[in-house]
Design a protein around this ligand. Structure first.
Ligand SMILES: C[S@@+](CC[C@H](N)C(=O)[O-])C[C@H]1O[C@@H](n2cnc3c(N)ncnc32)[C@H](O)[C@@H]1O
Ligand code: SF4
Length: 416
């Protein structure tokens, strides 16, 4: 079934030739949730990628096969999302929209379907409203809304993927989660191995699954898989042999394509290797970086990344030093590179900057007094504590490129 999924196909091929086949567009990094495990919303500097800009860039990349809209919560810029999806559909490019599912509506789902969205990809980590509300510090009614929207996506015929983050709060509940995914009518369940995020709110957030928990959870998931459901396991490809996992029909360990075939575009034009696990800025489209030739004229930081192929998921499980021992594992998987295209001198001039937000600086949302946390008191307290912690956090984010349009919060966001 999965091999027929146009969007997912790229990750099932072993990356051989490095070329830009996938672009993740951070339409906005603003988000109405503030998940502890996530650092993406921390990059919200108020900048946005408009549909017009996205389409201009997409049009200029002949190798592009798929576009993922992910931030942040990109449905906060819903109209831009629809236009980008429609353009991609007209031009044979597969699309995925990643969302927490809270801001969808029947009308919005219908419009995404009409625009030709290939996959809608929703985060799904909890099987009841109380656990959801307690974890995210939100009103339990948000959970009911998300569940309603998942059902609607299925009913209205959108190819629906539910993604569960495998971490401390989900690792003991995988059988129940996969049963509920099936009950909701979803037939593609993606399991995202959690990555240690070096973000300001929870410095060194490390509730990633241990090796033992990961093995147990994956084994349970495979054992409980319904025959009509595809399991799609992400960020485990570097060590699946080592842990004794095997692909089989309906069980897929996706190849990591970040940096190799896919890059992330931030709202200010920065190009990041991967928004979550390698937020290193390798260029800026408003400062001369040409996405069409980025693999031919590799910026130094991209070249170094491809040389070492670091993997935080591998390091979290197998390394004490965290000093890229995974490069060895990568070469043992015979990932080939296209050395003939390499030009060492062609650096766009924007190498090596880390794309993390300015630490210690209040988020735009909090400057405006918004918490993005719903009404829950627990969430408010947690957010306050986090704000205090942030004041002591190090490492600046130097946002470059295009001037930001508006300073975040909900400024300019579409209403569902
Ligand atoms: C950054 S979110 C953006 C899309 C949308 N707001 C959502 O939550 O689905 C995209 C994906 O990143 C994943 N993610 C966030 N933090 C992560 C972490 N520490 N490790 C691995 N994946 C993470 C989330 O589970 C989510 O599916
Ligand atoms: S909803 Fe998505 S973007 Fe927002 S904080 Fe959570 S994981 Fe990050």
């Amino acid at each position: 079934m999965l091999t027929k999924n146009k969007y997912k196909a790229l990750e099932l091929e072993t990356p051989g030739l490095y070329e830009l086949e996938g672009l993740e567009i951070g339409v906005t990094s603003n988000c109405n949730f503030k998940c502890d495990y996530c650092c993406a919303y921390r990059r919200d500097d108020g900048s946005k990628v408009s549909a017009e800009e996205a389409i201009r860039l997409i049009r200029d990349i002949p190798t592009l096969k798929r576009v993922r809209l992910s931030g942040g919560e990109v449905t906060m810029r819903f109209e831009d999302c629809v236009k980008i999806v429609a353009y991609c559909t007209e031009n044979g490019i597969a699309t995925q929209l990643n969302t927490n599912g809270s801001l969808l509506s029947p009308e919005r789902i219908r419009r995404l379907k009409e625009a030709g969205l290939s996959n809608i990809h929703l985060s799904f980590n909890f099987t009841d409203a109380e656990s959801f509300a307690a974890y995210y510090g939100m009103d339990p009614r948000v959970y009911a809304k998300v569940i309603e929207n998942i059902r609607l996506c299925v009913e209205l015929g959108l190819e629906t993927v539910l993604e569960t983050l495998l971490f401390g709060s989900t690792q003991e509940n995988m059988p129940a989660i996969s049963a509920m995914v099936h009950d909701l009518g979803v037939r593609i369940h993606e399991i995202q191995n959690s990555i240690v995020m070096d973000h300001a709110e929870r410095a060194g957030w490390n509730a990633v699954a241990s090796r033992e928990s990961l093995v147990r959870s994956v084994e349970e998931l495979i054992a409980n898989r319904r025959p009509d459901t595809d399991l799609y396991l992400t960020c485990m490809d570097r060590f699946l042999d080592k842990l004794g996992f095997k692909e089989e029909p309906g069980v897929y360990f996706s190849n990591c394509v970040d940096g190799k075939k896919q890059l992330h575009l931030h709202g200010n034009g920065d190009i990041l290797i991967c928004e979550l696990c390698r937020p290193e800025v390798i260029g800026n489209v408003y400062e001369g970086t040409d996405l069409k030739t980025i693999y031919a004229n590799r910026p130094k930081a991209l070249d170094e990344f491809l040389e070492k192929l670091p993997c935080p998921a591998y390091d979290a499980l197998f390394s004490e030093s965290g000093d890229f021992p995974c490069a060895e594992a990568a070469s043992s998987r015979r990932i080939e590179r296209q050395t003939s295209m390499r030009t060492d001198t062609a650096d766009s001039g924007a190498c090596g900057r880390r794309g993390t937000r300015k630490r210690g600086e209040p988020s735009m949302a909090s400057k405006k007094g918004g918490t993005g946390r719903g009404t829950g008191k627990k969430g408010w307290n947690r957010w306050q504590k986090a704000e205090n912690r942030k004041k002591n956090a190090p490492k600046p984010y130097k946002s470059k490129g295009k001037e930001t349009e508006s300073k975040s919060g909900d400024g300019g966001a579409d209403k569902p």
